[in-house]
Design a protein around this ligand. Structure first.
Ligand code: ATP
Ligand code: MG
Length: 420
């Protein structure tokens, strides 16, 4: 073997891909019902989009991006997330001229150079929604509700919505001062990353995964303490709408999210069982993003959920979403002439939407019947030389072992009658 797949990537094999398809169908269905329409954005973008749209101080931009120069020396980055691209497309295609809000969803692979471990890959998949053009708190609650509806339909239990507000730039300025005042006392004990964040983006110190840093930042002033009246009112209304939708949440004052463009609402959906990688969805409001990309000030709110992390969660909760449909018909033949007729019948059955198979290895009839058994086919059609000379085939219902002769001309019709 010349090489294996790159570290942190996955091959999804048949058996797994059906589960992915099931999930993707479910996501599309829920989005349709909520009025979110699909957008397909490029796999790569100009690097400056993420530098600006995700933020230079985030882990994503500072250490996780797959960035390279293309053949015309343009800096290109494999998308590490979907919000910046969706926002760029919203501006580029003047979607703000449509009746607002513009409600979009995307799904597909994202790329981050991370240390691979359970639930953390270098190529992984996100599903996300973005609602642009409304600052109404009801939209915040709608997107949280959409995420929870997805998990509800999957049959998942034990999920927690963690909710916070990080306020607007004014609240953040006030918070930043208070926070720095608090942190400076023990600054030397924080990790090197946090010491750097202290000047650039001290809010992110609250987000540090390092246990020592978490301990040191216990009791730090929270963004909720610093909300201006408008942001406070927005937060109360979001909570009110969540109550109306009967969505439970816990206030999590340490939840600040890694990305710089978040304003007001920040949320994560947490599942306890899957260990350290417990966040299966993260999102919030980002009223500053579109302006930072060169657009008019435009509010936005959305989330992204990690698709890989859904499957182990389903598994620990004993939920099986495999939807592999058994084979309808296996066509078994004996002899060259029968094989040709069998092939014709097979292709006709498929035109009628019947899931059907034949042997492709020149197996003996006995071996073909065994093969049919592996497929768990509902019906087997057996075409032998003597039957063929009489213009008939044998149709066997595998559940009852009932066996009848059917005229060659009627076989597709009779099979369908027996299946549906
Ligand atoms: P984490 O704290 O786990 O690194 P994050 O803050 O980087 O998460 P986001 O950028 O908000 O995550 O992405 C949203 C979701 O995408 C996460 O909640 C997670 O489910 C998923 N995700 C993020 N990075 C990865 C990865 N490397 N592999 C698999 N899933 C991921
Ligand atoms: Mg991360």
């Amino acid at each position: 073997m010349l090489t294996t797949r790159p570290r942190g990537t996955n091959d999804f094999l048949p058996g797994e891909t059906e589960k992915w398809q099931y999930l993707e169908d479910l996501l599309r269905t829920v989005c349709r019902e909520f009025g979110y329409r699909e957008i397909r954005i490029p796999i790569f973008e100009h690097t400056e989009l993420f530098q600006r749209g995700v933020g230079e101080t985030t882990d994503i931009v500072s250490k996780e991006m797959y960035t390279f120069f293309d053949r015309s020396e343009r800096s290109i980055t494999l998308r590490p997330e979907g919000t910046a691209s969706t926002a760029r497309a919203y501006l580029e295609h003047k979607m703000y001229a449509l009746p607002q809000p513009t409600k979009l969803f995307y799904m597909g692979p994202m790329f981050r150079y991370e240390r691979p471990q359970a639930g953390r890959y270098r190529q992984f998949h996100q599903f996300g929604v973005e609602a642009f053009g409304s600052s109404e708190p009801a939209v915040d609650a709608e997107v949280i509700g959409l995420a929870m509806e997805i998990y509800r339909r999957l049959g998942l239990n034990g999920l927690e919505v963690h909710l916070n507000s990080v306020g607007c730039p004014n609240c953040r300025k006030k918070h930043r001062e208070k926070l720095q005042e608090f942190l400076i006392k023990n600054l030397n004990e924080f990790c090197p990353d946090c010491r750097e964040r202290f000047e650039k983006n001290p809010l992110r110190i609250l987000d540090c995964k390092n246990a020592k840093c978490q301990e040191l930042s216990q009791g730090a002033p929270t963004t909720l303490d610093c909300l201006c009246p408008e942001c406070g009112e927005h937060f109360d209304k979001v909570k009110g709408y969540l109550d109306l939708a009967e969505i439970k949440y816990v206030i999590d004052e340490r939840l600040v999210r890694g990305l710089d463009y978040y304003t007001k609402t920040a949320f994560e959906i947490i599942v306890k069982e899957i260990g350290a990688q417990s966040a299966i969805c993260g999102g919030g409001r980002y009223d500053g993003l579109l302006e930072s990309l060169g657009g008019e000030p435009t509010p936005g709110v959305g989330f992204a959920l990690g698709m890989e992390r859904i499957f182990p969660t389903l598994e620990t909760q004993g939920i099986n979403i495999s939807i592999e449909k058994p084979l309808d018909v296996f066509v078994a033949t004996l002899g060259d002439e029968a094989d040709k007729v069998g092939f014709q019948i097979l292709m006709k059955l498929r035109q009628e939407g019947v899931k059907s198979e034949k042997d492709f290895l020149g197996r003996s009839l006995k071996a073909q019947m065994k093969h049919a058994g592996r497929f768990n086919a509902r019906i087997t059609i057996i075409i032998g030389e003597t039957e063929l000379s009489r213009g008939v085939v044998v149709m066997r219902r595998m559940d009852t072992s009932e066996q009848i002769e059917v005229s060659l001309n009627d076989v597709v019709k009779v099979v369908k009658e027996n299946l549906f």
